[in-house]
Design a protein around this ligand. Structure first.
Ligand SMILES: [Zn+2]
Length: 253
């Protein structure tokens, strides 16, 4: 029998190649967030750490629709919030939150945050997600609650407090605000966001319909080790990448 090939995250010959790859994945993630209805006005940002200038990150320009973003539109922002590549503004909240998350978590490459409807709705309850489905077990023991809300995040101190609440987790629920996810790749951060938004939708529906049965601790932990690992997040994004680049190849421009 032939060896079946399972895709693995790529490795790179040069920093330029790695940078381009991260930017392509980032542009694709924005198109997918648009497709899934996660856009709301000028809210939301996904960032990718630069592979060379590791205190810099790539981010969407302020007030550009997720559904229009191309690789060439992405901004490079330095550690002080200055745009060093690109000729548009960066959202102040994007810098306040993401700069502190990237600083606190050198292990992650990407962070995703948007005002998606079910994530927002769930966040208003001030609760963690319960292990009620196989998919949500990706977050079992691996998401946190930022149990505070004090207006639009514009100062670095609040970004620091969000990063502190996130801790070592892959996601944090920002009460009365929405979701934030992180990953070792853009692919992973984007997929965790997409599946977490769905998990919020599912728990809201299940609790509206009745009392969901919880998966017991041992099986929730077992499942977390299956669906919640970095590679699972990366792997799950690949069909979405295939779909969006086939449908909207201009995102790569
Ligand atoms: Zn926000």
């Amino acid at each position: 029998m032939e060896d079946l090939k399972v895709p693995l995250p790529p490795t790179f010959e040069s920093l330029e190649d790695e940078r381009l790859h991260r930017k392509q994945r980032l542009a694709a993630a924005f198109r997918l967030f648009s497709k899934f209805g996660f856009d709301e006005g000028v809210a939301g940002h996904i960032t990718a750490r630069d592979p060379e200038l590791t205190d810099h990150f790539w981010v969407n320009p302020l007030a550009m629709h997720f559904g229009h973003i191309k690789v060439s539109d992405l901004l490079l922002v330095d550690g002080k919030g200055e745009v060093v590549e690109g000729n548009r503004h960066v959202n102040a909240a994007a810098f306040a939150i993401h700069s502190q998350v990237h600083a606190a978590r050198p292990d992650i490459v990407s962070a995703a945050h948007a005002h998606s409807p079910y994530g927002k709705c769930w966040s208003s309850l001030g609760r963690l997600l319960d292990p009620i489905t196989q998919d949500v077990c990706a977050f079992y023991g691996d998401h946190a609650l930022f149990d505070d809300y004090t207006g639009v995040v514009l100062d670095l101190e609040e970004g620091k407090r969000i990063a502190h609440a996130l801790g070592d987790c892959k996601a944090v629920i920002l009460r009365n605000h929405g979701l934030l996810t992180v990953g070792e790749t853009v692919d992973e951060a984007a997929f965790w966001f997409i599946t977490m938004e769905r998990s919020c939708q599912v728990q809201l529906m299940a609790e509206a319909a009745g009392t969901p049965v919880l998966i017991d601790k041992d099986n929730a932990e077992l499942t977390a080790g299956q669906v919640g690992i970095h590679l699972a997040g990366w792997f799950s994004f690949q069909p979405l990448w295939d779909r969006i680049t086939r449908e909207q190849p201009d995102l790569l421009d």
